[in-house]
Write a protein that binds this ligand. Structure first.
Ligand code: NAD
Ligand code: G6P
Ligand code: MN
Length: 437
């Protein structure tokens, strides 16, 4: 039977994962699910862990659900290791958002200065996990959800040497759903090709007659009827894109492109949230508290509707499906953060990219993308990737100069005095979780 270990098991998303496994019970010969957390997350782990046990029992399954704070022992003989941890918990995210905003620049979980600091805190931990895996489960797959998922995945593959890593995100799932609704065609009758990096990818769509439908979708989604309700991401403000610019791309943007393509509006909205004490982390803290109150109910044995208030809702559709597809060589078509290997010729071979492909027993096989014909797309993604590589190097070396380099190259952070001021303030605020600096 399979042993699946989840690091950050105390996450409020755990019922989402358990539900995904239960839905795939015929494909997944699970023996044991181990939820791992740390001392600071012990209470959350116990509450959501008890909930996970009730869910499994209610489904009539004999899977063992184990809760532990001992990561190394937990990893022994694991087949799959999934990661969904947040170093510093939501309090650290509050700082990632609020400190940059207090200086008038964007503060966001995976973008700008906040995303960089989440990477600084997380990358040393993922590399430690890999060291444990080398000893305890050298053949296991690492399924990473931990944000910033693209940089964490790149660090795992390139610096941790863990080739059997797949990085996942729920954003592409929402774009597939939107395309299917707008074209009024089942998603099975459409072919999708995504390419870019995590939270910064574009996609193209074809129908089953072979006709490309990307430009039609651009008209339907970003044309004169552009609609705030089409933003499927609960965590991102629904500002409208500029139609002409998207037309010029001939590719559909992802929700996170708003931070770059309509930066000023997004910043203005974020500053408002900041002033009202309503940045996303602050809102999520309340949602999380409500969720844990629900999870405490000994009668509750299924995922509550309330979880759909979180941005990562339906993420098990990615996490559980990739496990099922590797396990059963299903060739499921998915969008995965993986080693580039020339898939996108505009980016380095050894970096992580987020692209479409199929999931086989030997892992993810990406579809070739080639180059971005639009130099505007090529320019910005090369800039972003150079930034990510610099962030990863700074995170590993604890190198102040590299950190400042990454800040300076990030499109959402102005260079010069402000970059240094925000960097210094954040290094100080997060110092407990940044032993490398
Ligand atoms: P959370 O704040 O609930 O943290 C999850 C758990 O991680 C907590 O119980 C915490 O105690 C634990 N943790 C912290 N440091 C740890 C460590 N060193 N080892 C083991 N566990 C540790 O976070 P959340 O809101 O549930 O999100 C979890 C993670 O998943 C975040 O990194 C988030 O950004 C990411 N996420 C990614 C996607 C995606 O699209 N890839 C979707 C949703 C969430
Ligand atoms: C989206 C992104 C995730 C991110 C989440 C935030 O789903 O894909 O990477 O973690 O939103 O949601 P939250 O509810 O934590 O703001
Ligand atoms: Mn994501």
């Amino acid at each position: 039977g399979l042993k699946i270990v989840t690091i950050g098991g105390g996450s409020s998303y755990t019922p989402e994962l358990i539900e995904g496994y239960i839905l795939r019970k015929d494909e997944l010969p699970i023996k044991e699910i181990v939820l791992v957390d740390i001392e600071d997350g012990k209470e959350k782990l116990e509450i959501v862990g008890a909930m996970a046990k009730r869910m499994v029992e209610a489904a009539g399954l004999d899977w063992t659900v184990t809760l532990t704070l001992d990561r190394k022992t937990a990893l022994k003989d694991a087949d799959f290791v999934t990661t969904q941890f947040r170093v510093g918990l939501l309090n650290a995210r509050v700082k990632d958002e609020r400190i940059p905003l207090s200086h008038g620049i964007l503060g966001q979980e995976t973008n700008g200065a906040g995303g960089i600091f989440k990477a600084f805190r997380t990358i040393p931990v993922i590399l430690d996990i890999i060291e444990d895996m080398k000893v305890q489960c050298p053949d296991a797959w690492l399924v990473n959800f931990t944000n910033p998922a693209g940089m964490v995945t790149e660090a795992a593959i390139k610096h941790g040497g863990w080739e059997k890593t797949v990085g996942l995100c729920n954003v592409p799932i929402g774009h597939v759903k939107t395309a299917s609704e707008k074209l009024e065609l089942p998603k099975e009758d459409l072919f999708f090709k995504f390419a870019g990096i995590n939270h910064f990818h574009w996609h193209k769509v074809w129908d089953k007659s072979g006709k490309e439908r990307t430009d039609d979708l651009i008209d339907l989604i970003y044309g004169p009827n552009q609609n705030e309700d089409d933003n499927h991401l609960k965590n991102i403000h629904s500002a409208l894109f500029h139609y002409e610019q998207i037309q010029d791309l001939h590719m559909l943007p992802c929700g996170y492109h708003r931070y770059y393509y309509i930066e000023d509006e997004m910043l203005e909205h974020s500053i408002e949230e900041f002033e009202n004490g309503e940045t996303r982390a602050q809102v999520v803290k309340e949602t999380e508290a409500r969720l844990f109150e629900l999870y405490k109910d000994p009668e509750l044995d299924h995922k509550p509707e309330e979880l759909s208030q979180r941005g990562g809702t339906h993420y098990s559709d990615a996490a559980c499906e990739i496990i099922a597809s590797i396990q059963n060589d299903k060739h499921t078509e998915m969008v995965v953060s993986t080693k580039n290997n020339g898939t996108i010729t505009d980016l380095p071979y050894d970096c992580a990219v987020e692209v479409s492909g199929v999931v086989t027993a030997h892992g993810f096989e990406p579809y070739n993308w080639g180059e971005f014909p639009n130099a505007g797309a090529r320019g910005i993604i090369q800039n972003m990737k150079g930034m990510e590589e610099t962030v990863i190097r700074a995170a590993i070396e604890g190198n102040y100069g590299a950190a400042l380099q990454a800040f300076t190259v990030n499109p959402l952070i102005p260079g010069g005095t402000i970059a240094k001021t925000v960097l210094d303030e954040m290094l100080y605020a997060h110092k407990e979780y940044l032993p490398q600096f």
